[in-house]
Design a protein around this ligand. Structure first.
Ligand SMILES: NC(=O)c1ccc[n+]([C@@H]2O[C@H](COP(=O)([O-])OP(=O)(O)OC[C@H]3O[C@@H](n4cnc5c(N)ncnc54)[C@H](O)[C@@H]3O)[C@@H](O)[C@H]2O)c1
Length: 342
């Protein structure tokens, strides 16, 4: 087992946007982990996060961060389409890598990342953090215990409001819903089925976002037949009205030979009314007493603990490559109107 300097895993975060900031907050709190450097193309963002969380280096060039020999591990939280070059370079520089989902937006990119990881022999985890949501994790335990029989069918819906592609992400035209949203639920279905995609059919439509000048489809619906006979039906849109109480609308159903699971991850568990306004929130993650809690934190902690104790992370590069093949097939099937056989 590798012994890190002073027993500490020395850490860098590349991409300090919405998701990268969560990585920074969690790394800052973890024992035996030192946050050394933060990199973001927006210099002020890198600088303010470094100041707030005590990182020595605030950088705009990720190559400078990877050149820091003292860094053992990095999180990469860049826009979906920018994962390959930085991840390959990080692995070549001998760093352990926690790469945000999706692994990549093409099979070629995912293959290059897996090759680099094999050559480097360092750890690579793709952050499909929804596996750490209690409902999905508990379901996996009950499946593995044999309580539900064999899994046969998944229906999974994961939607966003229009705020996400129009305001939250400056780069929404550079990704597609299978990579941005469906990937979360596809990862869960594949994990439950223990099988790979064999045949993929899909449809998508471009109306609302196209009118707004954003070149990416409004919704996708994909049906995947797996090698062992299971079927998954995946659908995502990101044009729900912004008046919705949550950014996310989700529904997940698992039908087994002797069991059924129904998961609604965003119920209003907390109502709060003042004289001025009413709100209700799901509290799947967030901050309690100033510290991040929930599945986002748990997933990052898992990766750090794997580095510290020399274990293989739960979601490897090989998993990421298999998932990318299915997601890319959804995009291709929707574009061509033809079934894709893998
Ligand atoms: N695991 C999850 O549940 C989850 C949730 C949200 C987002 N994500 C993923 O995290 C990644 C980041 O998403 P986000 O919502 O934080 O996006 P974002 O746009 O908020 O952040 C991206 C950041 O990268 C920076 N950046 C862009 N190009 C750069 C470059 N060449 N060098 C350095 N910095 C650069 C931008 O300035 C920005 O701060 C995406 O791949 C997304 O799919 C994962």
């Amino acid at each position: 087992m590798k012994v890190y300097a002073d027993g500490n895993l020395r850490y860098g975060v590349i991409g300090a946007g919405i998701q990268g900031q969560k990585h920074i907050e969690v790394i800052d709190l973890m024992p035996n982990t030192s946050l050394i450097a933060i990199c973001d193309a927006q210099a002020e963002r890198a600088r303010s996060m470094a100041l707030k969380h005590g990182a020595q280096h605030a950088l705009v060039d990720w190559q400078e961060l990877l050149a820091l020999d003292e860094i053992d591990a990095v999180s990469i939280a860049l826009p979906d389409h920018l994962h390959r070059e930085v991840t390959v370079a990080a692995l070549e520089a001998g760093k352990h890598v926690l790469l945000e989902k999706p692994m990549a937006t093409s099979v070629e990119d995912a293959e290059a990342i897996v090759e680099a990881q094999k050559a480097a022999g360092t750890k690579l985890m793709i952050n499909w953090s929804n596996r750490w949501m209690q409902a999905f994790a508990k379901t996996k335990e009950r499946l593995d215990a044999g309580d539900l029989g064999d899994p046969l069918y998944v229906y999974a819906r994961l939607n966003n409001t229009l705020y996400v592609p129009t305001q939250m992400l400056s780069w929404s035209a550079n990704t597609r819903l299978p990579f941005w949203l469906i990937c979360h639920r596809y990862d869960i279905a594949r994990w439950y089925f223990g099988s790979e995609a064999k045949k993929v059919t899909a449809v998508s439509r471009s109306v609302v976002l196209k009118e707004k000048g954003i070149d990416t489809p409004d919704f996708y619906q994909a049906t995947v037949e797996f090698e062992d006979g299971q079927v998954g039906n995946f659908e995502s849109c990101w044009i729900l009205p912004e008046s919705m109480p949550y950014l996310v609308d989700s529904k997940f159903q698992l039908i087994c030979t002797s069991g059924y699971v129904n998961i609604d991850p965003t119920p209003p568990v907390h109502q709060l009314a003042t004289e001025e306004a009413y709100s209700h929130e799901g509290f799947l993650f967030g901050n309690v007493f100033g510290e991040p809690v929930g599945f986002v934190r748990n997933a990052i902690e898992h990766f750090v603990n794997c580095c510290l104790t020399d274990r293989t992370p739960m979601i490897t590069g090989e998993d990421g490559l298999q998932i990318t093949r299915a997601l890319a097939a959804m995009v291709e099937a929707a574009e061509t109107g033809e079934a894709v056989y893998l």
